[in-house]
Write a protein that binds this ligand. Structure first.
Ligand SMILES: Nc1nc2c(ncn2[C@@H]2O[C@H](COP(=O)(O)OP(=O)(O)O)[C@@H](O)[C@H]2O)c(=O)[nH]1
Ligand SMILES: [Mg+2]
Length: 219
């Protein structure tokens, strides 16, 4: 078999994997809609501040909504432990070798959630800006978090993800001056890639922008 044939069959396998994931994501979505649960898929590099923002968000809105979380990482349960300390149910998924959550991971752990007693499910995806693009989970919105320390071109280097996100968060604004970040370039890149995207500047340290994020998510 020549190299050309091998590359075609890998592309086919990838396409059928994505199609299978899309089908399970649609089932997840139907279940969440039937139960009246709003689901958010939070994506971003490791260290961008996803968990920190989720923790702040939960503290600000937990009196209004019944919330649960799913945290995905290749290893460890540190994020679900952090989230659980805010008084909400949090389930960890350790993906081992997978660099993104998939719809079937979410389907499998959703069985352990009290779906009849839930308004909002926050899913923290595995930390990177590449793999999660391909795998939708059945969420109602994807929130992609980047931080000012990731370099001015982090947004334009990941166009697919920003095209597929409803909200872009630029976090660690408290460090923007120190690292001489060009935040406006990051904002305009996001809007060039996806004119519909809502761009919110935050700091999980000073809590700047967290209320704007809540408003952008209609929470
Ligand atoms: N200075 C600063 N540090 C932050 C901010 N957000 C998160 N961090 C820190 O960055 C590190 C990674 O945060 P974490 O929430 O675990 O990132 P995650 O991997 O995206 O979930 C932690 O040490 C946080 O305290 C921020 O807005 N400003
Ligand atoms: Mg995290």
């Amino acid at each position: 078999m020549g190299e050309h044939e091998i590359s075609i069959s890998i592309a086919d396998a990838e396409a059928s994997l994505i199609a299978a994931n899309n089908r399970i994501a649609a089932q997840n979505r139907a279940l969440f809609d039937e139960k009246g649960i709003r689901v958010l898929d939070v994506v971003g590099a490791i260290g961008a501040g996803k968990t920190a923002l989720i923790e702040l968000l939960i503290d600000k809105i937990k009196s209004k909504y019944k919330i649960a979380a799913i945290a995905g990482d290749m290893a460890t349960d540190v994020d679900s432990t952090r989230i659980r300390s805010h008084g909400v149910q949090a389930i960890q998924i350790e993906t081992a070798s997978e660099c993104a959550l998939t719809a079937s991971f979410v389907r499998d752990v959703a069985k352990d959630l009290d779906l009849d007693n839930l308004d909002l499910l926050i899913i923290e995806n595995v930390g990177n800006l590449i793999c999660p693009s391909d795998f939708i989970l059945g969420a109602h919105a994807r929130i992609t978090v980047v931080s000012v320390t990731e370099g001015n071109h982090v947004v334009r280097k990941h166009p697919l993800l920003f095209k597929l996100s409803e909200v872009a968060v630029i976090n660690k604004m408290d460090l923007a001056e120190i690292v001489e970040a060009n935040v406006e370039e990051m904002v305009s890149d996001a809007l060039t890639i996806n004119p519909e995207i809502k761009v919110i500047k935050t700091s999980a340290k000073t809590e700047e922008g967290v209320d704007s994020l809540i408003a952008a998510l209609d929470l």
